[in-house]
Write a protein that binds this ligand. Sequence first.
Ligand SMILES: C[S@@+](CC[C@H](N)C(=O)[O-])C[C@H]1O[C@@H](n2cnc3c(N)ncnc32)[C@H](O)[C@@H]1O
Length: 266
Amino acid sequence: MRQFSADYLRDTRRGMWDDREALADLELDSRERVLDVGCGTGELSRVLAEETSGEVIGADADRDLLAVAREQADIETVASDALRLPFPDDCFDLVVCQALLINLPDPAAAVREFRRVSSDLVAAVEPDNGGVSVESTVESEDGLAARARRAYLRGVETDVTLGGKGTRGAFREAGLSDVTTRQHYHSRTVEPPYAERDLRSARRKASGEGLADDRATLLAGDLSVAEYDDLRSDWREMGREVVEQMSAGEYRRAEVVPFYVTVGSV
Ligand SMILES: C[S@@+](CC[C@H](N)C(=O)[O-])C[C@H]1O[C@@H](n2cnc3c(N)ncnc32)[C@H](O)[C@@H]1O
């Protein structure tokens, strides 16, 4: 199972649900009992708890992330595998996940389990990581990000481009009906004054650490070791330029991740 740090989840979800229109089909104002599967640090659970007067429970296989979710989102949590939820049939009126299915080898099996414990709706908020776009004041950054992303997508074992189309397929396979999908673009910008997380991320680019974390996945595709070393060297040079521009207060970066909110009825 892929591991995620609490810092990574907080940083990447920052501002994601400032605009909640794409969650309309979850009918949150009428929900009584909601389960957020693969809740991590509870970034979505907190939004669910704000939008419904009902109870929200978070489930995840990672106990450390659940401890953060309890504190941060103020919800009840359960340590559990998404494919074997420790609940009887029909005991929630909404079962939802965010960025979980892209991490599972068999997304439809998880959706079937969500369907079992839901009496009404199942929903999934999943990105298409093949459709991420980056614009940066460092000229080489968007091209390098695309090069690294292509290599990652070829090496990763699960479908991280699942988005709306793949999720709808999993919902149909699981026997859900009235399936709807809404797009939700999550934009993240880096600009002065820089937050500590932005400075940390720039240092990781300059040292090549960030890319090195994904070395095994990058090499599992068709990237050779020499091509990986070449990519890492270009990446570090780009990172040094990011650090320089930041020192001068001139660095700006915008990233857009397309997410898809899919909802089906049991
Ligand atoms: C990308 S994170 C998303 C976390 C959170 N939903 C969010 O959007 O910030 C994926 C989460 O799924 C959890 N996870 C992965 N495989 C799981 C499984 N088989 N059962 C339960 N949780 C799982 C991970 O521990 C992690 O917290």
